[in-house]
Design a protein. Structure first.
Length: 604
């Protein structure tokens, strides 16, 4: 099939560079061989330029992108140029096929024909009516950059470029000089101390896994550790999404034969302390997607892994660079002795869109000069996005009504909070539900399960930060499939700050605990999980000698109904009256158990 397309392109002979356009990358061994042979001929070959990488992207992200791959063939039908692009499903914008996965992206060409290839590709894109081309992670030192500038002008695209990333690298000495010129590892004392601490779990060693058969059972644990690590830092890992997990699995399958993919683990006995999903190819070892065991965070296992990888890299003659990849983390700068800049290049057919691109970049650069202002701008932009998404999902009229309600409540509001104590033993049928203590790994599993629920992800980020503290304990209710259907937290009642009252409340008895911050993912609501969860937690507290309490706003009818169905009985209430910055709390908890019992009896 590819050969027929080549012959057709050559037969036309109307343009200087005959191109073959592929809208789907075929699984063709001859194309694979020629494509990778071309990669070997470019000035600085990268694993991200290979056929395998492009095919893995197509397999994993095929639902959200449309490949647009241009192949240039010479007179002998040999491949001499590749431009691996893609378009959005609407087809109005083009970008590098591997833009969101590759540290470096580029046009591939040999025999000094880069300018001709770039010009021909832009001509084709212009003819297709594509008015926006975004080329991210293009190496600043690539000869593609001047070629794009010239071709953009010829085909009436407005050109704009800015720095995308500065990739830190560790350049190794020629192998024959490495013994006398060993790389000095920064913070060597810290690394030694941390390795000594990790060694209490068992002997320290690096393990490298390259074949798909060995990698397949390892990837779920790596994924969980990566998602957990990001949660603990207040972020959502890209591995929480199924497409990214499929992508790294497809890479491992496709590159397992060549030995390019290598997952390195820092082992302390039988315990993985840190991972790096990386690659060894074309003389470079990539620090691509690292993570750590969050339970060993205090021992800096990631720092130890990188230090050990540098020491091992010096022993491998074929390696000349350890590339630390995208991102300007501080630890990378400590280790690196050189860097490589990548560019974000935007080509726009409209001068107005080009001006907007430049204006946005200028505004962002100005705001970044003032960290405090940047945080506020980001917060405002996040709120704006939230309002826009809400208006899109539930309608503009309803969104305006909700905003009006919030404004009214900010001026004046009255909130009654009812406090309940658990008395029943069994009311709900557990229905195969199991109560588990929340830890960072179970939060990670929940993030993967509910990755498309933005509100639940926000809850999980908040929970991850609370998990790092010592007072509160989190619980997850899991169904028979392993799906987390409800979350809740428990904390000592006394001196508990209740945000709904904007005040600290006190417990009647010292053994009282408060169930708070309960959450059911949106898709699972209306199934009674809330009531079952708080009853399971209350029963567990009773077994440990605690008395479970919970609270609810009086106006939250569904919450009140669920609380009372779960066997909680109303004890007292408090009312907060608020006008602008003034507030008053009416009502106090009983001062003793006897007074509480008397209060209950008067209501019965």
């Amino acid at each position: 099939m590819i050969l027929l397309l080549v012959l057709d392109a050559l037969a036309l002979g109307e343009q200087e560079v005959p191109l073959v356009l592929l809208k789907e990358i075929p699984e063709d061994q001859d194309l694979r061989r020629q494509w990778n042979a071309l990669v070997e001929q470019v000035e600085r070959p990268q694993v991200f330029y290979t056929y395998e990488w492009a095919l893995a992207v197509q397999r994993a992200y095929g639902k959200t992108l449309r490949p647009l791959v241009f192949l240039e063939y010479g007179e002998s039908s040999s491949l001499c140029g590749v431009a691996a692009l893609a378009t959005t499903p609407s087809g109005d914008r083009a970008y590098f096929l591997c833009a969101t996965t590759g540290d470096y992206c580029d046009f591939l060409s040999r025999d000094g024909r880069k300018q001709a290839l770039v010009t021909a590709v832009l001509a084709e894109l212009r003819a297709m009516g594509i008015g926006e081309i975004t080329l991210t992670n293009l190496p600043a030192d690539s000869d593609t950059v001047p070629a794009i500038k010239l071709a953009a002008k010829e085909h009436h695209y407005w050109y704009f470029a800015r720095t995308a990333y500065v990739c830190a690298q560790v350049l190794l000495q020629p192998f024959e000089h490495r013994q006398e010129n060993r790389i000095s590892v920064p913070r060597a004392k810290t690394v030694r101390r941390c390795l000594n601490a990790l060694s209490r779990l068992g002997p320290i060693r690096l393990e490298h896994t390259r074949s798909w058969d060995a990698l397949e059972p390892m990837l779920p644990k790596f994924t969980e550790a990566h998602v957990a690590r990001f949660l603990s830092m207040g972020r959502i890992s890209n591995l929480a999404r199924a497409e990214r997990r499929r992508f790294i699995a497809e890479l491992a399958k496709l590159m397992g034969e060549s030995g390019w993919v290598v997952v390195t683990r820092l082992m302390a006995g039988d315990t993985p302390a840190a991972w790096n999903y990386g690659f060894q190819s074309h003389g470079t070892w990539f620090w691509y997607q690292p993570t750590i065991n969050s339970g060993l965070e205090k021992h800096s296992p990631g720092l130890c892994l990188l230090a050990e990888m540098i020491r091992e890299a010096e022993k491998i003659p074929a390696l000349h660079t350890l590339d630390l990849g995208l991102g300007a983390e501080e630890y990378k700068e400590r280790f690196s002795n050189q860097s490589r800049e990548t560019l974000y290049v935007a080509l726009r057919s409209s001068i107005l869109r080009n001006g907007r691109e430049r204006l946005r970049h200028g505004a962002a650069s100005f705001v970044k000069a003032f960290p405090g202002a940047e945080r506020r701008v980001r917060a405002l932009y996040k709120r704006f996005q939230g309002l826009r998404d809400r208006a899109r999902n539930q309608g503009l009229a309803r969104t305006i009504l909700e905003l009006g309600k919030r404004v009214r409540e900010a001026v004046w509001s009255e909130t009654e909070i009812i406090f309940y104590e658990w008395q029943s033993t069994t009311f709900y049928n557990a229905c195969g539900l199991e109560l588990k203590l929340l830890d960072i790994n179970s939060l990670a599993a929940a993030a993967i399960q509910h990755v498309d629920d933005e509100e639940t992800l926000t809850y999980l980020l908040r929970s991850a930060q609370r998990w790092r503290g010592n007072e509160a304990k989190g619980f997850a209710v899991v169904d028979f499939t392993g799906m987390v259907v409800h979350f809740a937290w428990v904390i000592p009642f006394d001196h508990f700050f209740l945000s709904e009252l904007n005040a600290t409340v006190n417990a009647v008895t010292p053994e009282a605990v408060m169930i708070f911050d309960c959450w059911t993912p949106k898709a699972l609501r209306g199934r009674g999980h809330y009531g079952r969860a708080i009853e399971l937690i209350a029963d567990k507290m009773k077994v440990s000698g605690k008395r479970a309490w919970i609270f609810s706003a009086a106006t939250n009818v569904s919450s009140v109904r669920g609380v009372e169905k779960a066997g909680f009985e109303r004890r007292y209430s408090m009312v907060r009256r608020r006008a602008l910055w003034w507030q008053r709390i009416k009502g106090q908890p009983p001062v003793s158990s006897d007074e509480l019992a008397a209060e209950v009896s008067t209501r019965v």
